[in-house]
Design a protein around this ligand. Structure first.
Ligand code: SF4
Length: 236
């Protein structure tokens, strides 16, 4: 293994070319991740709210139980917050989430006359993000998840993995907040790569570039990653 000196370390380089190179390498390492939107933006929004501050297992169970007890969104809206709370209690923070879910459904129905968010597929992206972020409990990441995962719109969600890897890879400055990272990464991610770039960074963050002990020696990005190079893993 050869170690580079500090002089030869690549600088912070937020470019579309690097995003393309990283995505290509991660596709080779983990397999292709084609776009595959679910097409259910309202279900996706409620599921994402249920996923906050809990594990995937618990939030999936909470969503399944909510849909089992209340098969339509109209029936969720007609239920009391207490009934919703009981249905989603496995997801944690059930009281707070039940109030938010009911308020969101009521607002959508009052504004649009029916329960659905399909119209967001046709709105300009900035307007769609702004619309979703008005709801209590919905921030940039949740809005991006709904637009990308449900409607296939090129809006990059920055979760904890994307945020961490983007900093280690020199795509954003070390002091960039997750909120700021949405704009910074969106600006350098080509539209057609938004889905694979997000999904592959999450996969890579879970398998290799873990929060505590990144496995730089096993990483396919080590020779183009400033953090990996600093650790001496540019060549093996
Ligand atoms: S080289 Fe290390 S820090 Fe860089 S992406 Fe790979 S695992 Fe993460």
């Amino acid at each position: 293994m050869a170690r580079r000196t500090a002089k030869s370390q690549p600088m912070f380089e937020p470019t579309r070319r690097r995003v393309r190179a990283i995505t290509r390498r991660l596709e080779k390492a983990h397999g292709p991740r084609p776009w595959d939107p679910e097409g259910d933006p309202l279900g996706g929004l409620i599921a994402t709210i249920l996923s906050q501050h809990t594990s995937d297992t618990n939030s999936h169970a909470a969503y399944a139980e909510l849909r089992r007890r209340f098969p339509t969104w109209e029936s969720v809206l007609g239920a009391t917050p207490r009934q919703i709370e009981q249905a989603i209690r496995q997801g944690g923070l059930a009281k707070q989430k039940s109030v938010r879910i009911k308020a969101i459904l009521a607002e959508i129905r009052d504004e649009h006359g029916r329960l659905g968010l399909d119209f967001l597929a046709h709105w300009p992206i900035d307007r769609a993000v702004e619309y979703l972020c008005r709801f209590n409990g919905v921030g940039r990441k949740t809005a991006a998840c709904v637009l990308m995962f449900e409607l296939g719109r090129p809006v990059l969600p920055v979760d904890t993995h994307v945020h961490r890897l983007a900093k280690r890879l020199g795509l954003i400055a070390p002091d960039t907040s997750a909120d700021q990272a949405h704009d910074a990464l969106q600006a350098i991610c080509p539209d057609e790569l938004v889905w694979p770039f997000h999904v592959l960074l999450v996969t890579h963050g879970r398998r290799i570039c873990k929060a505590r002990e990144p496995e730089c020696g096993a990483c396919s990005l080590r020779d183009i990653c400033p953090t990996g190079i600093r650790a001496g893993w540019d060549e093996c």
